[in-house]
Design a protein around this ligand. Structure first.
Ligand code: CU
Length: 350
């Protein structure tokens, strides 16, 4: 197969040269014929609203997850109480090799963290991995089994002992067929993340081994009507250490094709995490609105009222807003190239 580069994808979108790309690209890319009346002839081709769009949905069932469900899928674990009275949340996670259809007819040989029932039964592969959610001061115990064919770890951001840091030199590297239990207290409150820390690090992360880790403050956050988690990342489908597609919660363009419904004047809270490899920055821009930004979620007081934020890799923040006019509103990376390669979505305010 010809090498595909993101420049090729952009060029194809611009010039209608889809047929000149490799088979995989030509079978999925992107723009319908330039018949749209509002087509402006711009470089983004002829999709609806002048945007690039895939020509269909990926097979969510075969992938094992649907990003619409991921938005609100918070994993609180199996809850019990330690003799000390401390609450403990237990999780079972298995890493797997898993083929994910990231764009129609483009399969990516991913590595995934699959949440599972006790003793790793009924694993549920997904990208990103599960959104772990605990309360400040809880004990968190993660039973990790490596069901893939490469060594992996689970490296959590947070405050914990060295041996629980999920790095190779700390004993946290888990060989295929082996298990390891990570255990630590959930501190500090905020929005964190976890990812594999085996080397080569960029490759292990970019293959899909990342997820969000929310620690709620003891007293909680003010109630809202909608809470969504969004993990921003990319796919390097031709393994040239450059991203070909960008996405939120695993599938490029998903929320553009499947708008996220929110209520008029309802309060929205987004837990936004950037795990993108190979590009230095990512960003989030909200259309026709402004949001309060709580960087890393470690304070209950916002630091900024804005409509665009930038995140380097592992940066994260909580965004709060509401819409006072009904309609369809875009949100996307304001690295516009990323937006045209998948990192774009819609809110539908009703
Ligand atoms: Cu790994």
């Amino acid at each position: 197969m010809d090498k595909l580069s993101r420049r090729d994808f952009l060029k194809a979108g611009a010039l209608g040269l889809v047929g000149t790309l490799g088979a995989a690209a030509s079978s999925q890319l992107i723009n319908p014929p330039p018949s749209h009346p509002h087509q402006d002839g711009g470089h983004d081709g002829g999709g609806p609203h002048g945007m690039t769009m895939p020509n269909g949905e990926v097979n969510h069932e075969r992938n094992g997850f649907n990003p619409t469900d991921t938005l609100t899928d918070f994993d609180y674990g199996k809850v019990s109480t330690l003799p000390s009275g401390q609450r403990i949340r237990e999780y079972w996670v298995i890493s797997l090799n898993k083929t994910i259809e990231v764009m129609p007819n483009i399969d990516f040989p991913a590595w995934v963290y699959a949440p599972a029932d006790q003793n790793w039964e009924n694993p549920r592969p997904r990208i990103p991995g599960p959104t772990f959610r605990a309360t400040e001061g809880d004990r968190v115990r993660i039973h990790f089994f490596n069901g893939s064919d490469h060594p992996h770890t689970m490296h959590f951001h947070g405050i914990h002992p060295s041996g629980m840091d999920g790095v190779p030199h700390g004993g946290g590297l888990v060989d295929p067929g082996k298990e390891f239990t990570y255990e630590f207290d959930a501190i500090p409150f905020g929005l964190h993340l976890y990812h594999c820390h085996a080397f080569p690090l960029a490759r292990h992360i970019a293959k899909g081994l990342y997820g969000a880790f929310i620690i709620d403050p003891k007293e909680g956050r003010p109630p809202v009507d909608h809470e969504f988690v969004m993990v921003m990342a990319g796919f390097d489908v031709d393994f040239d250490d450059a991203n070909d597609f960008y996405h939120v919660n695993g599938i490029p363009f998903h929320y553009q094709m499947n708008p996220i419904e929110i209520g008029l004047n309802k309060k929205v809270r987004i837990y936004l995490v950037n795990t993108l490899e190979f590009d230095l920055i990512n960003s989030f821009h909200l259309h026709a609105n402004f949001f309060n930004h709580f960087p890393t979620g470690t304070s209950l007081t916002p630091t900024e009222y804005t409509d665009t934020i930038i995140q380097g890799q592992a940066q994260r923040g909580i965004l709060e807003f509401s819409y006072s006019y009904p309609g369809i509103y875009m949100f996307h990376a304001h690295v516009t190239e990323f937006a045209e390669l998948g990192w774009a979505g819609h809110f539908e305010v009703k």
